[in-house]
Design a protein around this ligand. Structure first.
Ligand SMILES: Cc1cc2nc3c(=O)[nH]c(=O)nc-3n(C[C@H](O)[C@H](O)[C@H](O)COP(=O)(O)O)c2cc1C
Length: 196
């Protein structure tokens, strides 16, 4: 099964790589194909047209955007769940993350999402996560009940995404088991048919 890992921090000195690497490793350990979707690498412009508005448009005007979004559309078509890795900027989710999410809609339908939030403070980005709890179900990605906050990320994860404390090394099992259950259950449900 395939999980898309959305990373929305674009700062050149970002901590988000630590969280994204940790997430990918956790998913691979559980047998998933984890595919990182990095807003910094994609460099999507602020939203003008959604994928559905340009997917059949082969004009030169949208060629660059088309080339960036087409592989994402292909990935999302085979994706069984999403892990959204979010920093907290002014108690909100980073704008590049919501911009990345906004390009698509129907592609997400009937898949679960899980939020891994982080910050340099002891609060671990949970205020951004609460905003994502409103956004993600709206686009068709209901969030699992548990959150995975990463407080004080600089001392919680190494630059390679390796746990540096007991909390990160041993305490995320319930979060991942829960996500696993939702991914498998919703996949089985989609195979039975979806309401619309
Ligand atoms: C614009 C901006 C706003 C921030 N606001 C918050 C905040 O509201 N709460 C918090 O705990 N940390 C905040 N921080 C500090 C971040 O937790 C810290 O910079 C973190 O490394 C951001 O993730 P990134 O490095 O992946 O971009 C903010 C950082 C930036 C750049």
């Amino acid at each position: 099964m395939v999980i898309a890992v959305l990373q929305g921090s674009t700062r050149s000195e970002r901590m988000g790589d630590r969280a994204a690497k940790w997430v990918v490793a956790q998913l691979e350990k559980r047998g998933y194909e984890a595919v990182l979707v990095d807003a910094a690498a994609l460099k999507l412009p602020l939203l003008d047209k959604m994928w559905k508005e340009i997917k059949d448009d082969t004009s030169a005007a949208n060629a660059e955007l088309h080339a960036k979004l087409a592989p994402l559309a292909e990935l999302y078509a085979r994706t069984d769940g999403y892990v959204v890795v979010s920093a907290e900027y002014n108690h909100s989710a980073p704008p590049a993350l919501t911009n990345l999410i906004d390009y698509f809609l129907e592609e997400y339908a009937f898949r679960p999402s899980a939020i891994v939030c982080y910050s340099v403070s002891p609060y671990g980005g949970v205020r951004a996560a609460m905003q994502l709890r409103a956004l993600l179900p709206e686009v068709g990605l209901p969030t699992i009940p548990s959150l995975q906050p990463i407080p004080s990320i600089g001392s919680a994860l190494s630059a390679e995404g390796v746990a540096l404390n007991q909390e990160m090394a041993e305490k995320s099992g319930k979060f991942w088991s829960e996500f696993d259950w939702y991914v498998k259950t919703m996949k089985a449900g989609r195979e039975q048919g979806v309401p619309y």
